[in-house]
Design a protein around this ligand. Structure first.
Ligand code: ASP
Length: 156
């Protein structure tokens, strides 16, 4: 069996849920925000599956008027709720802060569908938003004091 054929064995169960996404959001000194997301997709994904990461508005989005967003998790749900754009829209239309917008998308919209994952976001004033409903999400940033911070679990 070729490697390609064995990757299509849809009867096998994945040993564990694994995500391999790397995302970044940034804001330059002029207030331009940017987002990037790269992924290998989900474990045992169907051949040809396209997740949320390359779909602008789902796993990745940036707008200088609101924020830049990158997401990780069950991509099908991120696509369904246009998660990254949803964060931006909540800021634009409801005036939510970037953190509150992230929390609403993850803990209300994504959780309602039983989707799992998280988002990182930054607005043009360099306020950060981080929200997750999964057990953990590796994340790091440079704090306002210039020191690097790294976290894994929800509450740490
Ligand atoms: N969101 C990605 C996808 O569904 C998976 C991940 O975050 O690792 O393809």
């Amino acid at each position: 069996m070729t490697e390609l054929e064995s990757s299509q064995d849809i009867t096998a169960e994945p040993a564990e849920e694994m995500y391999g996404t790397v995302g970044a959001v940034a804001c330059d000194k002029e207030g331009n925000v940017a987002a990037a997301t790269s992924t290998g997709g989900t474990t045992f994904k169907r051949l040809g599956r396209v997740g949320d990461s390359p779909v602008i508005g789902a796993g990745t989005y940036a707008d200088n008027r609101t924020c830049a967003v990158s997401g990780t998790g069950t991509g099908e749900y991120f696509i369904r709720i246009a998660a990254a754009h949803h964060v931006s829209a909540l800021m634009a239309y409801e005036g939510l802060s970037v953190q509150k917008a992230c929390d609403k998308v993850i803990h209300e919209k994504l959780s309602e569908l039983e989707g799992e994952g998280g988002v990182i976001a930054i607005d043009a004033e360099r306020n950060m938003g981080i929200s997750l409903n999964s057990e953990g999400m590796y994340r790091g940033w440079i704090g306002q004091d210039g020191n690097p911070v790294a976290k894994i679990y929800k509450e740490s």
